[in-house]
Design a binder for this molecule. Structure first.
Ligand code: ASP
Length: 354
């Protein structure tokens, strides 16, 4: 017996413990743990440690669109279809890589939209359509579903990537939306990359401008919704608007709730189509509210907003969306809509026709 230890005998009886002390002799008397309990106990402790050390990873997903309109095999030949598919999938895969590496949904949305803005195939950034006066006038918005913060720009003509500027409005200004010359001034003060009219020239859009309003060439707005590993949803949209727009016309894309919306609680939405109708119906927020208040499944909410409500007013277009689990909601009432989706389970698809 070790004389340095005082002895405390703990005797369990029912729920009560009785303690007996004998000078400095301490002895713990307890039942030996049965071997059959050791293994599960060790596993349990290990699992608790793993859960405590690593932030739990949420499944991630991303969806994008490249505009809706008269997109049919008759209006797009095989090589054009191939070009569009290649770009949509490349942009999607870049966004998925951001998410796979632990990047935020905002980073993924910006990345995808920057790629599409730099591509002359789409009516955003480099490939933007012309106004009636033969100028460029770009709109964009981004929204963070984790805190409902948002940034938007409208009617800018000299910013290379309007979605980048929209994000900066959200993060570095006290405002939600800036327009025209003021937005450009803010962009310069933030060191955002500017571009001149020569950069935005594309033969395709110039011809469309000269021909007048034309269904095929007014499509091509781009948008993206992402859900990251932390469960945060972001949505963004960028556009040149509609060919030969006049009088400083602004569409739905930069209007939070009309063309763009995100809320972690419900979903993220990016719209494309005849902006005036999307503004009147607040389509993006409407989809979120249908999920929130009416507990609708996202796909049903998207269909109600586009196939019923938008169609009833005579509006045309579509939307892409993601719910908080990364399930896609896609709806359009035009002949086609460029789109692509991917998630952390490796599920992927892209398409353009019905
Ligand atoms: N919604 C855009 C606008 O009205 C155009 C489009 O998506 O095609 O400006």
């Amino acid at each position: 017996m070790n004389q340095c230890n005082s002895e405390v005998k703990i005797v369990g009886k029912g729920n009560r413990l009785r303690k007996k002390s004998h000078n400095f002799h301490v002895k713990f008397t307890k039942r030996p743990m049965r071997a059959k309990y050791y293994f599960p106990a060790v596993i349990m402790i290990f699992l608790l440690m793993v859960a405590g050390c690593k932030p739990s990873r949420h499944a991630y997903a991303l969806i994008l669109h490249g505009g809706a309109g008269q997109i049919t095999p008759a209006t797009l030949n095989d090589s054009m279809q191939h070009e569009y598919t290649k770009m949509l999938e490349a942009a999607r895969d870049s966004g998925l890589r951001v998410l796979a590496n632990g990047g935020s949904s905002l980073d993924a949305v910006q990345k995808v939209i920057n790629i599409l803005e730099d591509c002359p195939l789409f009516n955003a950034g480099k490939g933007a359509c012309y106004t009636y006066d033969g100028k460029i006038s770009l709109d964009a918005a981004i929204m963070d579903g984790s805190n409902l913060k948002a940034g938007a720009v409208a009617g800018v003509s000299d910013v290379k990537n309007p979605i980048t500027l929209a994000r900066r409005v959200m993060t570095s200004s006290p405002h939600v939306m800036l327009s025209g010359e003021g937005a450009s001034e803010f962009a310069r003060s933030q060191g955002i990359e500017m571009a001149d009219s020569a950069y935005f020239y594309t033969e395709r859009q110039w011809k469309a401008h000269l021909r007048g309003l034309d269904k095929l060439h007014k499509m091509g707005t781009v948008g993206c919704v992402a859900l990251d590993q932390y469960g945060n949803i972001a949505a963004g949209t960028s556009t040149g608007g509609i060919t030969n727009k006049r009088w400083g016309r602004i569409g739905d894309s930069p209007i939070i709730g009309a063309g763009t919306y995100a809320d972690n609680k419900t979903c993220g939405v990016s719209c494309t189509g005849t902006g005036e109708y999307f503004i009147r119906l607040d389509v993006a927020k409407d989809v979120s509210s249908l999920v929130d208040y009416r507990k609708m499944k996202l796909q049903d909410a998207a269909d109600l907003a586009i196939q019923k409500k938008l169609a009833a007013l005579g509006g045309t277009g579509g939307l892409v969306s993601l719910d908080k689990n990364g399930n896609p909601g896609i709806s359009f009432n035009t002949e086609g809509m460029f789109r692509a989706y991917g998630n952390s389970d490796g599920e992927k698809f892209s398409g353009m026709f019905k």
